[in-house]
Design a protein around this ligand. Structure first.
Ligand code: ZN
Ligand code: MN
Length: 485
């Protein structure tokens, strides 16, 4: 029997407000000592009252609007009760039956085909504290609690189970993160935990509405992990059914190192949380004029920007899509274009998607960090030197790397480095002699007819001149020299 995979994603995104959701503590705790960003409210002391963070409400409405949701006029907060040591009050203030936004959608593209994925709801809640578990070699294991994260505004975006493959899930997350980054409401950083994803996955016989037990997968902190966990689950569930085993509704955790999901507990149902309206906060009636003001202020979003890049810069669809998938990258491109309007847009795109992506990958950094080292203006100057044939392409590429490593501008690097190719035999002679002296074995190998040894020696000369020597000339000079010996 053939089965299809049914996936629905729930995303939690921390909001980039100044203070926490219900108190005045700063959310900027990344480099702070544990339990220094705390107060009686986020510590969950009895007798204190929460206050709603207006900026967090505005960011949530912005997101809901960008995702084409209907904004509720009447909303409220609810208590979600569950006993867990990272939950300071024993309940989380969340939203149950009156979320800010409902019934939205976003578009994804998989293998060149567009697909609409529906969004169930967008609501606002608070983050929980962080538990740090220790298992010392001697003595009892113990856990520490850091309350800095407790109470940080957390937006939850629940998607409909419209996704049919791990790749669709990955594209959905990429698109959703890109929208949040364009709106400026979240960093969307998965590794740092400010953008987290839980996935519901089940299988069902093709052309059937009979659904099997739903499994919720947690603990995935990268796009790669989400993809891996979903692929693993899709296979595991099919195998279990093929072997006649019964699937159970449960929560499973992804174990990164092993590449497996493991059962954690049976899945909770809504009634387990005993939701009821938060008695310490009044219902929130949203002024529709304010909502319309927020709608009018929405920035240009990824799809609109991509279409503008196609029309305004005449870029191919591939380039326009990649450049606009990150707001920071699209901003860099446009700053570059403003600084050096003479350089064709396609050239800028080629450099950004080629050598710059290479440098970012090799150094594990993003375009924001890259731009702190190489400004669009400096990069533009390098491409002017390149277009005027002052430097050739390989030299320009190595200069770009040096600009990234040192933060120097291209003219300084040129002046300091004498970047031209060395085609003067005299200039190369000393280096060649040094290489011959230092590599007696390769020299001996060459003399008994091993051609490979010559290649190695040429390589050594190229290395010693940092790639500036003319390789053809080095080849000739080396051969001549080795015959003389
Ligand atoms: Zn606080
Ligand atoms: Mn939640």
């Amino acid at each position: 029997m053939n089965f299809e995979t049914i996936i629905g994603l729930e995303v939690h995104a921390q909001l980039l407000t100044k203070s926490k959701m219900f108190c005045r503590c700063s959310i900027n705790y990344a480099n702070a000592l544990p339990n220094t960003h705390v107060c009686p409210v986020c510590l969950g002391m009895p007798g204190v009252l929460p206050t709603i963070n207006q900026q967090a409400v505005e960011y949530t409405i912005m997101t809901a609007l960008a995702l084409h949701c209907t904004i509720s006029e009447y909303t409220k907060f609810d208590r979600k009760n569950y006993p867990y040591p990272d939950l300071m009050k024993g309940y989380q203030i969340s939203q149950y039956d009156a979320p800010f936004g409902q019934g939205g959608w976003l578009n994804i593209e998989v293998n060149g085909e567009k697909k609409r994925v529906d969004i169930t709801r967008v609501h606002l809640e608070e983050d929980v504290a962080k538990l740090i578990h220790h298992a010392p070699p001697q003595g009892e294991p113990y856990s520490l609690v850091d309350v800095n994260r407790a109470g940080v505004p957390l937006m939850e975006i629940v998607g409909e189970p419209d996704l049919r493959s791990p790749e669709e899930a990955r594209q959905y997350l990429i698109k959703l993160r890109s929208i949040l980054q364009y709106l400026g409401v979240s960093t969307g950083n998965m590794e740092e935990g400010s953008f987290r994803c839980d996935a519901n996955i089940s299988i069902r016989p093709e052309n059937s509405s009979e659904s099997m037990a739903k499994v919720e997968v947690k603990n995935m902190n990268s796009f790669k992990a989400v993809y891996g966990a979903l692929e693993y689950e899709a296979k595991r569930q099919r195998k279990a059914v093929a072997e006649g085993r019964r699937l159970t509704q449960e929560t499973r955790g992804w174990v990164e190192g092993v590449g497996k999901t493991v059962s954690q507990r049976s899945k909770e149902y809504a009634h387990d949380y005993r939701y009821f309206p938060e008695p310490d906060l009044p219902p929130l009636v949203l002024n529709q004029e304010w909502v319309e003001e927020i709608r009018a202020k929405l920035p240009e979003l990824p799809e609109a920007r991509r279409d503008r890049f196609l029309a305004e810069y005449g870029l191919p669809l591939y380039d326009a899509s990649l450049l606009t998938s990150s707001r920071a990258m699209a901003d860099y491109f446009e700053a570059f274009h403003r600084a050096k309007a003479d350089i064709p847009a396609k050239d800028i795109s080629n450099w950004l998607l080629g050598p710059v992506s290479g440098i970012m990958n090799a150094n594990n950094c993003d375009i924001t960090k890259f731009s702190q080292r190489v400004s669009p203006e400096q990069f533009g100057r390098l491409l002017v030197l390149h277009s005027e044939a002052v430097v050739n392409t390989p030299t320009a590429k190595s200069m770009l790397e040096e600009m990234f490593n040192t933060g120097k501008d291209p003219d300084t690097i040129l002046k300091e480095g004498e970047r031209g190719q060395i085609s003067d035999a005299k200039e190369l002679e000393e280096t060649i002699n040094q290489v011959i002296e230092a590599n007696a074995k390769a020299v001996a190998d060459f003399k008994v007819g091993k051609e490979q040894a010559l290649k190695f020696l040429v390589g050594q000369v190229m290395k010693a001149t940092r790639g500036r020597a003319n390789p053809k000339l080095v080849n000739e000079l080396l051969k001549k020299k080795l015959k003389e010996e």
